[in-house]
Design a protein. Sequence first.
Lengths: 311, 282
Amino acid sequence: MQSGEMSLSRRLRSGDPIAHTLTGMAASTILAITALLAYHLWVGSAEARETFGWGFITASTWDPVKEVFGALPFIYGTLATSFLALFIAVPVGLGAAIFLAELAPRGASDALTFMIELLAAVPSVVYGLLGLFLMVPFLQSTVVPALVAVLGFLPLFQGRFNGVSVFSAGIVLALMIVPFIVSVSREVLLAVPQDQREAALALGATRWETTWKVVVPYAMRGIFGSVFLALARALGETMAVTMVIGNKPQISSSILEPGYSIAAVIANEFAEAGGMHQQAIIELGLVLFVLTVLINGVARLFILSMKGGAK
Amino acid sequence: MNLSFRRKAVNAVMLTLTGVCTVLVAGSLLVILGYLAWNGLASLNVEFFTKLPTPPGEMGGGMANAILGSAKVLLVAMLIGVPIGFMAAVYLAEFGSGSFSGVVRYATDLLNGVPSIVIGIFAYAIIVLPMRHPSTFAGGVALGIMMIPIALRTTEEFLRAVPVSLREGAMALGASRSRTIFTVVIPAAKSGILSGLMLNLARVAGETAPLLFTTLGNPFWSVGWMQPTATLPQMIFTYAISPYDDWRRQAWAAGFVLLVLVLTVNAAARFTIGRTSARGRS
């Protein structure tokens, strides 16, 4: 009896240790890749970090010939374009999410969401192509003259507009991140319990007051999560930005001037770089890596706290 | 009845504005598709699919080598990314518990958030530097690493969606745990996992940034797996920013072909996933 049981249990576990080990090894590979990635960025930029120290991120001269490297213009370009994109994409995305979650009939909402999620699948280089040949001429002929006429007194909108600029990059980025904001925000809005809405309506609130003062605050943490996810995307976005930002390492108070982003300078210069230049670019990669890890971490915290709160 | 006019007006205006936002966002897809189709179709011809690129300034030519190059890079990427992601997902869904799984999940999320250009630097450091030149293989490694987190996520999700009763049934019949997983659970989740793979491929197919210095580009046919190669997204970039009209024309054609491929695969996969999960719910 005893031995029979043993063989049965052995039969029931046949192959299990092998499957366990093999799949466990695959899981460990992911750990190894992630660790190796961080290691290579750290080691690959060792000399640059030693030579420039923290001055790397506060200096604004980038001169590969004299081997002087300061990343401030790129950090500025990355942050300026990303926040400009958020400034446009958050209100529009949240508005669309509210419409899709609260007003549109379910079928129409699903169909429209499907379309908006397809927008997220459009490759970055295609956004760049359209940005360069469709959007930039349109901005130049119509949008910017109107903006300058109304807001031209602000330092933000001064200077000469040549088409490629921080402004153009921000708008393309806004279009690229808006699908994330819509799709995640819609999900969290749909997850708000129905009785919250009914209670507000029963108290005499209008549809908008119910949405804005009850439903949106309830879903706020999830919405913040979606905004941070979108921000992380925008920071690392390369091709579309490279094609419309103008690729000029300068910090200007006007968003109509060209700029340069971290990802764009990596894309443009890494292939031909050697020695200290290459080290400096890898350090830029490290800066970008740390930035996105931090922002993604914040997004995760918001979304996790949302799940915890729902329980 | 006492609802003031102002509150009613705010209600109407704000609700209309949300509708306008939706039209703005959804409408941009139509503008993108329309404009790209308009320019792309006008520039597309048979030569695009059959000829090699011509030197700058010369008319004609196509991107046959880039189309094949993209296919080869994607094949390598799939062979690297999918097995690792898939096996790790089986581990997390079926064997994993405790802190090791938590760490793996965290690393996966982290990897998923790494900008593609940084993945490109990494692939350059581990493949291109030791081999001394860019190659199809290096590009495949870069895209393969990008595929891992999504492969893991979708596979795990669909494995977890398989009802426990199926597993219990198999184990009650005397099958071992691993046998249950590989002959019952995975086949049950098959269509979802395959759709996830299609979505994943569609996503990396348009990636350009990590290929810039891993495959580099090549105006000729790329022989084997260890030579620099042209790829469709990289050609779009190079041709779009070039000063030659005929190259820009071809960039439109390439953009159109790439977008149609990516959106078709994406829509088909989403449609399948929608149907499977709808069937699962009923």
